[in-house]
Every structure is written in C-alpha cells, then in structure tokens.
Design a binder for this molecule. Sequence first.
Ligand code: TYD
Ligand code: MG
Length: 465
Amino acid sequence: MVKLLSVFACQSCGAIHSKWSGRCDACGAWNTLVEEVESGGPAATRPKPTARKGRGVEFHTLAGSTAPLPRIKTGLAELDRVCGGGIVPGSALLIGGDPGIGKSTLLLQAAARMALGGAKITYISGEESIDQVRERAGRLGIAEAQVALAAETSLGPILDALKREKPDFVVLDSIQTLWSDALSAAPGTVAQVRACAQELTRFAKKYNSAVALVGHVTKDGQIAGPRVVEHMVDSVLYFEGERGHQFRILRGVKNRFGPTDEIGVFEMSDAGLREVANPSALFLDGREDAATGSAVFAGLEGSRPVLTEIQALVAPAAFGTPRRAVVGLDSGRLAMIIAVLETRCGLSFGGKDVYLNVAGGLKITEPAADLAVAAALISSALDCPLPAQSAVFGEIALSGDIRAVSRTPARIKEATKMGLTHALVPGAGKTEDFARESDCTIAKMTKLSDLVSLIDATGSAPMRE
Ligand code: TYD
Ligand code: MG
C-alpha cells in the first residue's frame, strides 16, 4: 500500500518540518509553512540501491587537457559578459528580479538575437498569452526572429515538447507558474518550484540545451520560495533597478562558468532594453560640477571601473532624533563614517539630518566608497564644494586612516577618460607611474583629516562647530 507522508515546507527558505508551526525555525519567517503530501514518502524519490560489486572509482590528476567551454553568444554584449562570455550549452540559468523590472523583455530580446545568429530557440511563457508575447516582439522589432513560442504551464507536456524539439536555448517564464502533476502542491509553492527546476536542469544536462528560468523576487529581496533553485542551477543572475530610473543592472551572483562580480548595464526605452557600453557617462549624466555635497566615486563593478556620483545633504534637524536616510549604500557603513568624522576630525553631525544618495540608483557595496561618502558629507557640512572635476576613492579605517584599495590605476584611468582632472586617493597606494601618463592631478590622503583640510581650503565660509 502507498504510504502517504505529509511534511511541512517553509515557503520562504524551503526548510522541511515534520509538524506545523506558526514560525519557521530555520529562517524565522512567520506563517510560511505549507503542508505537502508526498506519496510513498521521501523513500520514493530516493534512487534505488544498485549492486556495485567490483566497480571502482577512477581517480584523475588536476592537470590534463581540457577543451575551452563552448559558448553561445546572445548578441547582447552586456548579458554575455555577466554570463562569463556567453551561455554555456547544457547549463541552467536563473534570472531573478522584481516583477515588471524587464526580465521577460531581456530574455525575449536575447532569444531573438540568438535565433538570428542561427541557434534553435524556444520561448515558453506561463504568464503571458501568445498574443501578448507577439505584441511585445512587434514593439521590440524582433517579430521576424525564428523563435518557437508556446504558452504552457504544465511541466509534463513542456518536457515532452522540449525533448522532441531539442532547442539550443529555452526560456521558461516563469518558474513560479510551472507545475508538475506528480505533486499535489499549488504552483509557486516551494515543492513545485523545486520539482520543476530539478526536472528542467536534468533536461538541460541530458539534452545539452541551455535553460533559462525566470524567477520573481519577494519584497525582502529573496527569490520567492525558490531560494532552493539557486543551488540547483549553474548561474544565478539578478536583474535590478529603481522604478523611477530608466536603467537596469544585471548582476551575476553565482556562476559556475565565470566570474560572479560582473554587471551588465541596460537602459529601458520604448523599444526595449538598450545596452549601455559606457555606464560612467550614464551615471554622471546631469551632474553639476562644483556643487556642494557631491563627490564622484571611482568604483569597480566586476572587472569594469564605473564612476558614480554620491550626493549628501546635511541639514539641521527640525526636532527630536536626527534622521539618517540612505539610498544605494549600507546604512551601517554611513553610521561608521559619520562616527569617524565626528571623533577623528571634530565635525559634528549631532542635531543634523543626514541624507545620502547614490545618483542613478546604483547600489554600492565596495568599502572603497568610504572616502567618496566622507567627501560628500564634509562638503555638505562645510558648504564647500570639492576641488573641481575630481574623483574620489579609498577605504576609511576606524582610526581615521585612509587605506589603499585595489586597482587604483584602472580607477584613475576611467576618471581621466570621463574628463576628470583630479583624483583624491589613499596615500599608501603607488600612484606615481600612472599619474605621469594620465595628466591627472593626484592628491594623496593618509588621514581623513587631510580630506577635511583640503575641502575646507577650497571654500571660504567654514561652518565647523
Ligand atoms: P517585463 O519584461 O514584462 O518585466 P518582468 O518580466 O520582469 O515582469 O517588463 C515590463 C516593463 O517594461 C513594463 O513596465 C513596461 C516596460 N517596457 C518598456 O518600457 N519598453 C518596452 O519596450 C517593453 C517591452 C517594456
Ligand atoms: Mg515577465
């Protein structure tokens, strides 16, 4: 007799519990446990033990000849770079992002480009009807591309069709709409998402078809439920951006076939996503030189140097506890920089509201941004602009020392390329060699107080307390 085993799976982290409770012990989320009935229990999904008498495991050496991985170019250079140089046949890819950010648009454009390049492409939409996808393809001007389109959500027929068609690349939009009739759970639940993703990755490996799964993200930034999918697939890419801004950033967070810290920058227009080959120009667009509270940060996004404007506003607090609001940067990092400025440089932010914004909506995680954040804060607090046309980077230690950061030459080169003529950099790094080559005036800072003196000297009305 088939034994029915019921377990409770957390819809947020995928943890399995034997009994229901209001809160998941593993991730702490409330009201996320959902009952799942598995016929035959876990034993049914376990592979059957086989007799392996006499079969030994063969060992190899690390050295040996390996062919370079074949790659299918998507025709979108930004996407190719994030994937590590193109999509690897037989790999599974997860593209996560907020609903409406442009995941379907990106994949439809990539699919069309690949089809025009001669690859066999299938696009399966579980969210939109054939007409909706066609209408979008028409708007994007790619309706002529030979993409096999289907609107389907049931995994069984999808797999049958894919095994028959054997496409080079298949898009499944989205993993949350797929369902397998082997499970009683509703589509979008962890059990369904996990089962569908597992079947599709298995298909990818067996038939050497690259599979792209689209996944929607929950409000707290996790891919809804299918965190479990992340370790099943070969690459995880996030598509992010601010609602009010035109541009979108594709970020690699996991990649078995390339680096993970690369970003691809796109701009959403009425004719779809456009690649942005020079992100610095986009992020610095509209910047006013010699404005107070503004600093240009020469940062690194993966292998690419990218310039961004950091804006700060230090304003008298109306009442009560002063506000600290920050967009695009870790608020803990801001608190630390404010504390160092107060203790080591004698500036006072008590009784003042501090607002910090990374212009354009980019999210910066590099500690090298510390000096640029400090420069923007000092500039706003003292009401003095930074030296004209300057780029800033460096890490701040709690002692108030400025630490060297990686790839100083690349950062300065990007700044000069964008027409900046000054660089405020950590004192410790070697800068002489490239300073001579790139006519950029370099000001070295060893202490944070050096930066305060420098900005103070450019203005005339210091308001230090
Ligand atoms: P979409 O790709 O449907 O998002 P997702 O699949 O991530 O949910 O993107 C939809 C948004 O993009 C929608 O708000 C409209 C906008 N958009 C444009 O601005 N221009 C375009 O050419 C297209 C196709 C979409
Ligand atoms: Mg979509």
